[in-house]
Design a protein around this ligand. Structure first.
Ligand SMILES: Nc1ncnc2c1ncn2[C@@H]1O[C@H](COP(=O)(O)OP(=O)(O)OP(=O)(O)O)[C@@H](O)[C@H]1O
Ligand SMILES: [Mg+2]
Length: 285
């Protein structure tokens, strides 16, 4: 099958001079329009994997195909960068202009998009992330969450098919994080493919698919409830699970048999209420 949107085949990556491989044989297919979350502790290879999705890095062995085309094919590089956009952790490193709208226009300008079309795209992208009112502001005066939303707008303005976000909320305060998550949720409804790397459990619970990395390999891959149900295995790799799963898991050790896949607080509470013979919370009220 070569028609997967993004496909990694036995991808290995070894940083020059590093003692060991950062990726050790990753096989992965990402379906168009899906929201894929990637978890894994520090150094497990998440960022290295992300950088393979738009040829910032090329595999030292194996290959990556995007729309059926090998990312190592130099003739396809411009098209690839237009297809898969990246948002990184530090918004300050992603600002290139002195005015918000110029910053968002930067990538489409470089792609040779005509000016009227750039205007349309920039306005639409800023609207999309709720930053249109700030279009004439100076990026360095914005909050972290605002800057990160401008960075996301800059990627959207390229009209990519996929957006890869590498810990986009890691440097933000809770308000900034909420803003960025709201922008991402809105983006998701447009049907774009999203790959989100994060350390925050609550950001992955609603994903279509959750991939857990460990030591350069994929340790688990499935729907979030399935993946988190493998509590023992995750713990064996020093990975944590959402607080809801942890609670259900501990209760099960005390003699309950609760479903570990009840990830949301509501689902978790309902499961416990049902086990206590009270039906769901709604009927108990
Ligand atoms: N530029 C580099 N040169 C050499 N080794 C590197 C480089 N970047 C990353 N590594 C190593 O490659 C491995 C994977 O790193 P990577 O940054 O992909 O992990 P990560 O899962 O993104 O971690 P984090 O959660 O800290 O962001 C680690 O052992 C790391 O030390
Ligand atoms: Mg990383």
């Amino acid at each position: 099958m070569n028609d997967a949107f993004i496909r990694l085949e036995q991808v290995h990556y070894h940083y020059p001079d590093a003692p060991a491989e950062a990726l050790r044989g990753v096989d992965l297919e990402i379906a168009r329009g899906s929201f894929v979350a990637v978890l894994g502790h520090n150094g497990s290879g998440k960022s290295t994997l992300a950088k393979h999705l738009n040829a910032i890095l090329l595999p030292t062995a194996g290959r990556v195909l995007v729309n059926g085309r090998d990312t190592a094919d130099e003739d396809g590089l411009l098209e690839l960068r237009r297809t898969v956009g990246m948002v990184f952790q530090n918004p300050d490193n992603q600002m290139v202009a002195n005015v918000v709208e110029d910053d968002v226009a930067f990538a489409p300008e470089n792609l040779g998009v005509p000016p009227a079309e750039i205007r349309r795209r920039v306005d639409a992208a800023l609207e999309q992330v709720g930053m249109y009112a700030f279009r004439l502001h100076a990026p360095h005066m914005l909050s972290g969450g605002q800057k990160q939303r401008v960075a996301i707008a800059g990627v959207i303005a390229m009209e990519p098919q996929c957006i890869v976000l590498d810990e986009p909320t890691a440097m933000l305060d809770p308000a900034g994080r909420r803003e960025v998550l709201a922008a991402m949720e809105k983006l998701r409804r447009t049907g774009i493919t999203i790959v989100l790397i994060t350390h925050h459990m609550d950001e992955v619970v609603d994903a279509d698919r959750l991939i857990v990395m460990s030591q350069g390999r994929i340790l688990a891959d499935g729907k979030p409830p399935q993946v988190f149900s493998q509590v023992e295995e995750l713990k064996a790799h020093a990975l944590s699970v959402p607080a809801t799963t942890e609670l259900l898991y501990r209760l099960n050790h005390r003699g309950f048999s609760l479903p570990l896949g009840a990830l949301s607080v509501d689902a978790c509470a309902d499961a416990i209420a049902a086990a206590l013979g009270r039906g769901s919370r709604d009927t108990a009220r």
